[in-house]
Write a protein that binds this ligand. Structure first.
Ligand SMILES: Cc1cc2nc3c(=O)[nH]c(=O)nc-3n(C[C@H](O)[C@H](O)[C@H](O)COP(=O)(O)O)c2cc1C
Length: 311
């Protein structure tokens, strides 16, 4: 794929390879180290607009960021007044980019009419986007292609986002029913891309340079967003950008652990790190015993010692 800068409204980003928002994964530590690898833009985990307005500590903590110019805050919510107030809040003062979540399939979010539920109500979704845009932030929207297999609302929602003042749309090329599995719907992304002038980023199933190239070839999208592929192989972004990684995988993980422990403390970090273990060790043979030790380690130094036996 061609690596190029993107214009988003009156802002620009250095390149068109983005790191996806992933709840529980793209926290401060992961994003900070990932940005050293060269992503054009990263996203916080989804943050409740209401939670921010009421200054909930859990919501505020998710905003922690070392590089606010390259971090977009992803908000979820369905009430335009809360979306606007969150965008205008003191906590978001130094962020330029805000992303609106219209893709989350999780029942807790969906039942409240938020996340992917907004894809069933374009009038409400439009009000949400317009409210965000009225705050003066540079707004992007992340959608799916619909609710059920066979749906395709990507074009109408991408057009709506553009007409409402959004500067970019990311399409997770799957329907809600598919959750996170199955082939991306290239056709839906291609149609949506052709219908608008703002940049369209394609997301879903990109785990290699070949996948990224295929996604761009098939859709004509302006860029790609890496999600699980970026956790399985944090250095994938450099392969796609066509540059040598400034970090080895071991250095990436150690930096992540160091940052995590400054934020969360040694013991809690060991627990939080567990969910990354299977991703990082995927495909490595003969490491069952190490994996078990990593999952029961109680502090960061212990994890580093075990990892030093693997890498
Ligand atoms: C554990 C996990 C957490 C996620 N959290 C979010 C989120 O907070 N906001 C969001 O828009 N998408 C979220 N997603 C969706 C991803 O951003 C991405 O759209 C999806 O995983 C498809 O890309 P992939 O096939 O390359 O993984 C999450 C996905 C996973 C697997």
């Amino acid at each position: 794929m061609q690596i190029k800068p993107l214009i988003m409204g009156n802002q620009s980003v250095e390149n068109n390879v983005f790191l996806a928002p992933m709840a529980g994964y793209t926290d401060f530590a992961f994003r900070t180290v990932a940005l050293k690898l060269g992503y054009g833009l990263t996203f916080t985990e989804l943050v409740s607009a209401k939670g921010l307005v009421y200054k909930g500590q859990g919501s505020v903590d998710l905003l922690k960021s070392d590089n606010k110019n390259k971090t977009s805050v992803q908000l979820f919510g369905s009430q335009p007044e809360f979306i606007k107030a969150a965008c205008e809040s003191e906590e978001l003062k130094d962020f330029k980019f805000v992303d609106i979540n219209m893709g989350c399939p999780v029942p807790k979010v969906f039942k409240n009419g938020e996340g992917s539920a907004l894809l069933t109500d374009i009038i409400k979704a439009e009000k949400v986007v317009k409210a965000a845009v009225s705050s003066g932030k540079t707004i992007s929207v992340k959608i799916r292609t619909g609710q059920k297999y066979g749906d395709d609302v990507a074009t109408e929602f991408t057009k709506m986002a553009e007409n409402s003042g959004a500067s970019l749309v990311t399409i997770h090329a799957r329907v809600r029913e598919a959750y996170y599995s199955g082939e991306p719907d290239y056709n839906a992304v291609e149609k949506a891309k052709k219908a608008v002038k703002i940049p369209v980023i394609a997301n879903g199933g990109i785990k290699s340079v070949k996948d990224a190239n295929l996604m761009i070839d098939k859709t004509g999208a302006d860029g790609v967003m890496l999600a699980r592929g970026a956790i399985e192989n944090p250095l994938l972004v450099c392969e796609i950008l066509g540059k040598k990684s400034p970090l080895t995988l071991k250095e990436f993980i150690f930096s992540q652990l160091d940052l995590l422990s400054t934020q969360e403390g040694e013991e809690r970090s060991a627990v939080l790190f567990r969910k990354f273990i299977s991703y990082y060790l995927k495909g490595l043979a003969g490491i069952k015993e190490f994996k078990l030790k990593l999952c029961t380690a109680t502090n960061v130094q212990e994890i580093k010692d075990i990892l030093s036996n693997i890498f």
